[in-house]
Ligand binder design. Sequence first.
Ligand code: T46
Length: 142
Amino acid sequence: MNKKLQHLESGDRIEFPVIHDQRGNLSFVEGGEHIPFDIKRAYYLYDVPGGAERGGHAHYELEQVVIAMSGSFDLIIDDGHDKKRIHLNRSNYGIYIKDMVWREMDNFSSGSVCMVLASNKYSAKDYIRDYEQFLLEAKKRV
Ligand code: T46
């Protein structure tokens, strides 16, 4: 893995390469080179109605990078101690989220597309959907 990625914390912004010419921009993401894991899954949220909220859970093991491919939205992350709101509005960077972080998403603009790169395939067992349980599990890791 690229050494620069070893000390990333949840909420850190990862800038992707941008190749610009008269035809427009091209960005790319390589697992282990630009983000600190091999990409096992990509999924995306789109046609999100105004006022909708997504997330509201944490993961035991999953790492993710969240990218605003189009439009904008807010990502709220909470490690059980600190909570921060991050506004995403460009596709040339992503926000890293480690395991054991509660996340919520809201304030989606019309036509926004949220792409998520994930370190593992989908597993319902990896989700913690109860906030009190998340706090208990997070304490165990300290
Ligand atoms: C996250 C935030 C940012 C699948 O079958 N496969 C998948 O890969 C995913 C992501 C979801 N699903 C199913 C599970 C549920 O029945 O799709 C349904 C909706 O999923 P969920 O309510 O978890 O969606 P969000 O937008 O609240 O959360 C998603 C991710 O699940 C989660 O990992 O961090 O986006």
